[in-house]
Ligand binder design. Structure first.
Ligand code: XIL
Length: 369
């Protein structure tokens, strides 16, 4: 891997000039956005946005043009919304929710319970005994569900609870929640969310479910087993959120993904694609072939995902390469210093081949009931 990176970045040196979009031959500048195209098949398309990003009028216009639904990328997480136990700070989350309301966009909620973005006071309370841990989780789910009651289509109640190192036989992730309460932390959170917002869909959301690599095979079966256990205990989970952070260097196998989707649908759950993007670190810098490879993987993934009728929401994790977490997160940055190009719009909010691949995948999808 390291060796390969070095070779690729050496090849990429002449390309270090600021990334410029390839000539966008054949890409419609105007015309319906992805949200409108997906809607013709009964599918909701939208993107993760930040409160800071939608304050930019050009970006806000792009969101209005392309999206039928949005989700706060970070603004609803625990740290920004409750940095101190007695001082909730909902300003950024409210700005995202307000933007959705003003523009008649649907809204997803992300996320109530996750081991990242945890304020230190929460970590302390989670290790203060079962009763305190349980009350802390219940309060978090109730407060978020109640505040946005009636406005959220789907809540990611619990995020990323499976996998990682130090897992036991059930492959539950070793987190402060699991250490405090075992698997029952999910039961507590889902019950509180259902009680406080009975009409929202409640999702378990996770990554590593899409591609044909051994750790994802294990992840898929561990998540399936978790969902089965939750349902058998009567936990009110309605939806599996499949993050879909795809990587061009990993194999994709249509049969593997469609079998998994069929298994999940067989449990009676909805399925939402919640964080689609394509990590292009393994591709050389040249923009045209890079964009083509990103578009190709997107199309292959969406064709399989959308063939399963229980999939009725598709979100990308950002709309424009300008804001992608892949370029902001050190561990995901390209070795050559170029921006990642894993979202449907380029950094100037122009449609890219990935946009075209998504539009075509939506147009070819079987209509939802
Ligand atoms: C990421 C954001 O995009 C980053 O800005 C932030 O620094 C870390 O979190 N899975 C999730 C998302 O469920 O919440 C993560 O979002 C990406 C991985």
């Amino acid at each position: 891997m390291t060796k390969r990176r070095v070779v690729l970045s050496a090849l990429a040196i002449p390309m270090l000039a600021p990334a410029r979009a390839s000539p966008e031959a054949g890409l419609p500048e105007g015309g319906p956005g992805l949200g409108a195209i997906a809607a013709t098949r009964g599918i909701l398309y939208g993107a993760a946005v930040g409160a800071a990003h939608i304050a930019n009028p050009a970006f806000a216009a792009a969101v209005r043009r392309e999206c039928a639904i949005i989700v706060g990328e970070n603004d609803f997480k625990w740290r920004p919304t409750q940095p101190q136990p007695d001082q909730p700070t909902f300003g950024r989350a409210d700005a995202v929710a307000g933007f959705a309301a003003e523009n008649r966009l649907r809204l997803r909620g992300h996320t109530m319970i996750w081991q990242e973005s945890l304020p230190p006071w929460v970590t302390e309370r989670l290790s203060a005994g079962r009763a305190v841990a349980e009350a802390t989780i219940r309060a978090r789910a109730s407060v978020m569900a109640a505040r946005y009651r009636g406005r959220i289509m789907t809540w990611d109640v619990v995020n990323e609870a499976v996998g990682g190192d130090n897992t036991g036989p059930e492959m539950m992730r070793d987190t402060p929640f699991h250490r405090a309460l075992g698997e029952s932390f999910l039961d507590i959170a889902f019950a509180a969310a259902r009680e406080a917002d009975p009409d929202a869909r409640l999702a378990y959301n996770d990554f590593g479910l899409e591609q044909a690599v051994p750790w994802q095979d294990q992840h898929r079966s561990a998540v399936l087993r978790l969902l089965e256990r939750l349902l058998s205990r009567g936990v009110p989970v309605d939806t599996l959120g499949i993050q879909a952070h795809l990587q061009t260097e990993w194999a994709f196998d249509a049969t593997v993904l469609s079998r998994f989707l069929r298994d999940v649908a067989g449990l009676g759950l909805h399925i939402e694609i919640t964080e689609l993007d394509v990590d292009d670190r393994a591709l050389p810098a040249a923009i045209e072939p890079r964009d083509a490879a990103v578009a190709d993987l997107t199309r292959r993934f969406l064709d399989v995902a959308l063939a399963e009728r229980r999939v009725d929401v598709v979100m990308t994790w950002g709309l424009s390469d300008r804001h992608s977490w892949l370029s902001r997160t050190p561990s995901r940055q390209r070795a050559d210093g170029n921006r990642q190009r894993g979202l449907p719009l380029d950094e100037e909010f122009r449609r890219k081949p990935m946009w075209q691949a998504m539009a075509e995948a939506f147009r070819s999808a079987p209509p939802r009931g």
